[in-house]
Design a protein around this ligand. Structure first.
Ligand SMILES: N[C@@H](CCC(=O)N[C@@H](CS)C(=O)NCC(=O)O)C(=O)O
Length: 225
C-alpha cells in the first residue's frame, strides 16, 4: 500500500508533498519526472501539471495545495494535526500559504527570460530595496510569529514557509540573493525551528548528500545533539 508522487527533481511545488509524506511516515515512492518523460505524461495528466499524487487505492490527486491540505489533516507534529480543525486557524494557514504563492507567481515568470544575466537581474530587483517580493516579505514578517508562523503551534503553514523560503534561496531561482532571509529575522527563525525537527533534518541531510540543491534545506544540528 504505497503512495506514488510524480514530480520533477527540484524542491518546488512537489516538495511540501514530499515532506508531508515523509513526516507522516507514509510508504511512498518519489517518482522523479525528467524532461524526456514529461511530454508523454503531460498529455495523459488531468490538467497538464505536476505534482500528481496517486493514492494506494489508485486515485490520482492534483493541485499541490489541495494535496497538502488533504495529507496535513492526518499528519501530526508534537501532538498537533498540521491542518487545524478550527476554521479560523485553518483560514490563517491558507492565507499565509496563498501570500507565499503570490510571491512565487511574481518570480515564476522570470523562468521565461532567455538571457541568464537579465533573468538574474530581474530576480535581484524583486528582492532588493523596494522590490515587489521584498514588500510582501516585509508584510509577512510583520504578521508572523517569532517561532511559528501562527501562534505557538506548528501548522502546515510552517512546513510551507520552510519549503518556499528555502526554494527561493536554492539554485532554482538564481539571482535571488542567497542571504535574503537575513532581512527577515522572524521568518529565518521559523525556517530554523521547522528545519530543526528531527524528521525534517534527517530527511534533508540524506537528500543533500544526493543533490547539492538541497544543501540549504539542512538546518545545523543543535549543540546538544
Ligand atoms: N496549481 C498547480 C500548479 C502546478 C505547476 O505549475 N506545476 C509546474 C511545476 S512547479 C509544472 O507542472 N510545469 C510543467 C508544465 O507546465 O509543463 C499546483 O499547485 O499543483
Amino acid at each position: 500500500m504505497t503512495y506514488n508522487l510524480k514530480y520533477f527533481g527540484i524542491p518546488a511545488l512537489g516538495e511540501p508533498v514530499r515532506l508531508l509524506l515523509h513526516i507522516g511516515k507514509y510508504r511512498w515512492e518519489d517518482q522523479i519526472v525528467t524532461r524526456d518523460t514529461w511530454p508523454s505524461l503531460k498529455r495523459a495528466s488531468k490538467w497538464g501539471f505536476l505534482p500528481v499524487l496517486t493514492t494506494p487505492e489508485g486515485r490520482e490527486m492534483t493541485q499541490s495545495k489541495a494535496i497538502c491540505r488533504y495529507l496535513a489533516k492526518t499528519v501530526c507534529i508534537s501532538g498537533f494535526v498540521l491542518y487545524p480543525e478550527c476554521p479560523l486557524l485553518a483560514f490563517a494557514v491558507d492565507e499565509f500559504i496563498d501570500v507565499f504563492e503570490d510571491i512565487r507567481m511574481k518570480v515564476q515568470p522570470t523562468m521565461q527570460i532567455p538571457d541568464q544575466q537579465e533573468k538574474e537581474e530581474a530576480r535581484a530587483g524583486m528582492f532588493g530595496v523596494s522590490g515587489e517580493c521584498t514588500e510582501l516579505l516585509m508584510k509577512i514578517e510583520a504578521e508572523c510569529g517569532e517561532e511559528h508562523m501562527i501562534g505557538d503551534r506548528v501548522t502546515l503553514c510552517d512546513l510551507w514557509a520552510f519549503y518556499f523560503l528555502n526554494l527561493l534561496r536554492c539554485s532554482v531561482f538564481e539571482g535571488v540573493p542567497r542571504d535574503y532571509l537575513l532581512a527577515y529575522p522572524k521568518l529565518a527563525q521559523n525556517v530554523t525551528t521547522f528545519g530543526s525537527l528531527p524528521a525534517v533534518r534527517e530527511y534533508y541531510s540524506e537528500r543533500a548528500e544526493q543533490n547539492p540543491m538541497y544543501a540549504l534545506f539542512v538546518t545545523a544540528a543543535p549543540a546538544s545533539d
